[in-house]
Design a protein around this ligand. Structure first.
Ligand code: GDP
Length: 497
């Protein structure tokens, strides 16, 4: 709607009129055919560019899921403030240090995996659970906003001496929204406290519609103390059983897909990011892209700081080797070096276009404000005496050409804002397509210049321009074009001697 310069409601009405469905959200993505049709309906002439649409996406999920290897469940601990989330995570994290690393300090990297004790002590059958320890973090809102749910199970912590509080309800609402996709385990916490009343809390939860096992439902509730560690083995086991029922599996070969949980610039390692892998196997040497950051995996580190050779689905590790710092919440994908480069180019181009549209909107807003101020001044009773201008305003006359009408309008808007009361820009004509002979002749006639945005000036036309003494400016970057035009307008100002 923004590109077509219309209100979203108008676009919606048009779609309804043609039985093209409803927009489900503000960032609803239209397919190429629909987008083309709508652009034509609003008198735009769209150029379909398949190159821009290119990006790397994971292959479709294998149809035979049952044959995929199981992966550790990803668990988020949520609940009301002060009900003990941090304490619980700290205690769980300290039990996550793998055997042989005894005494090793586990660092906070955004996630950690806890081993689940199994009957056999064969390390190959050892299962783990991955806990995310950045709830409420920007990464989570970013992932949720794009509908990515990385969490398989939510552990709702409720303090046994406090009961249901506002944020407890928020978590329950969240689980309801994700109904079926995310499992729920209730952890009634702080049972070491004399004032703890677990059955009161459970009754209250049941009254809120939480079908607890102890009331014949299917939602397990475990009594724990994050402080003393009491009940934590039961909590881990309960999560493990639930995840077995959910049957979480993922392919360990093929393209890597994951999410950035945290990122920072580390001394000596450069930009590093904690990546939660959801599919594929992350190994050193893998080419990655996340948002507009890319790199080749150099070192993979576990939360205890030791190097790992591979990160499997359902686990996280600190990844170094990024050329830029990736943003928390961004999706991570692997690809060949060429694919990553191509995707990066396209993403940067799209980001630039989005920034350009924003820029133009700011400029338009500013112009609107200026006009309002001017009108207010005219309407006020005390009109200030204006010095009659000695000289007429100088103007840089422009014949503007661009690649599509939307961008021509955008560039026109941006260029018109350049200048002051002494010298400014006047757009003489606008058009779509390469610079032509008539553009040059028009510029010559009005003593102006030709400005080309994202279009070509054929060599013969350039020769004609030189012959006629018409100069031209060309760029596909709006800021650059604005700077070039600004320089020309400044040239029109009276010289300071
Ligand atoms: P959060 O805001 O949910 O992360 O809660 P915290 O983990 O910061 O805990 C809030 C307060 O409750 C702190 O003073 C903790 O020491 C205390 N606390 C947390 N868990 C327990 C517990 O199991 N028993 C007792 N007695 N206190 C706890």
């Amino acid at each position: 709607a923004r590109l077509l310069h219309i209100r979203l409601e108008r676009l919606q009405r048009k779609m309804e009129a043609h039985d093209m469905g409803r927009l489900s959200s503000y960032d609803h993505i239209l397919d190429q055919e629909l987008a083309t049709f709508l652009a034509l309906e609003f008198d735009y002439n769209p150029i379909v560019d398949d190159e821009i649409a290119f990006d790397i996406y994971p292959p479709p999920a294998a149809t035979d899921r049952a044959n995929l290897p199981p992966r550790p469940p990803v668990v988020t601990i949520m609940g009301h403030v002060d009900h003990g989330k941090t304490t619980l995570l700290d205690t769980l994290r300290s039990t996550s240090v793998a055997k042989g690393e005894a005494g090793g300090i586990t660092q906070h990297i955004g996630a950690f995996s806890v081993p689940v004790p199994t009957s056999s002590d064969d390390p190959k059958t050892t299962k783990t659970i991955t806990f995310l320890d950045t709830p409420g973090h920007a990464a989570f809102s970013a992932m949720r906003a794009r509908g990515a749910s990385v969490t398989d199970i939510i552990v709702l912590v409720v303090a046994a001496d406090d009961g249901i509080m506002p944020q407890t309800r928020e978590v329950l609402d969240l689980v309801k929204k994700d109904a079926g996709k995310v499992g729920l385990v209730v952890a009634v916490n702080k049972i070491d406290k004399p004032s703890a009343d677990t059955s009161k809390v459970e009754t209250a939860l049941f009254a809120e519609g939480v079908q607890l096992e102890c009331f014949g439902g299917d939602i397990p509730s475990v009594h724990v103390s994050g402080l003393t560690g009491q009940g934590l083995p039961e909590l881990v086991e309960t999560i493990s059983i639930l995840s077995e029922m959910q049957d979480v599996r993922a392919e360990t070969d093929g393209q890597v897909q994951g999410y950035v949980l945290e990122s920072k610039v580390s001394k000596g390692m450069g930009p590093v990011a904690t990546v939660l892998v959801l599919r594929g196997q992350l190994t050193p040497g893998t080419h990655l892209i996340a948002g507009t950051a890319h790199g080749k995996v150099r070192v993979l580190k576990s939360p205890s700081g030791s190097s790992v050779k591979a990160v499997l689905p359902g686990t996280a590790a600190v990844v170094s080797g990024w050329k830029e710092l990736p943003k928390a919440g961004d999706e991570v994908l692997s690809g060949s070096e060429g694919d990553v480069k191509k995707a990066l180019t396209n993403r940067l181009r799209n980001a630039e276009k989005a920034a350009m549209m924003e820029d133009v909107e700011i400029l338009n807003q500013r112009r609107l404000e200026e006009r309002e101020q001017a009108e207010a001044l005219m309407n006020s009773e005390t009109i200030p005496e204006v010095e009659p201008q000695k000289e007429e305003k100088k103007e840089l006359r422009i014949v503007l050409k661009g690649d599509v009408s939307g961008s021509v309008e955008a560039v026109e808007g941006a260029l018109q804002g350049i200048g002051n009361h002494i010298a400014g820009v006047k757009i003489v004509s606008t058009g779509v397509g390469d610079v032509s002979e008539s553009d040059v002749l028009l510029a010559k006639a009005v003593d102006g210049i030709v400005v080309a945005f994202s279009v070509n000036i054929p060599r013969s036309i350039e020769a004609l321009a030189v012959e006629k003494g018409v100069s031209s400016l060309k760029s596909s970057i709006i800021y650059e074009l604005m700077d070039l035009v600004k320089a020309r307008v400044i040239d029109l100002l009276p010289k300071v001697v």
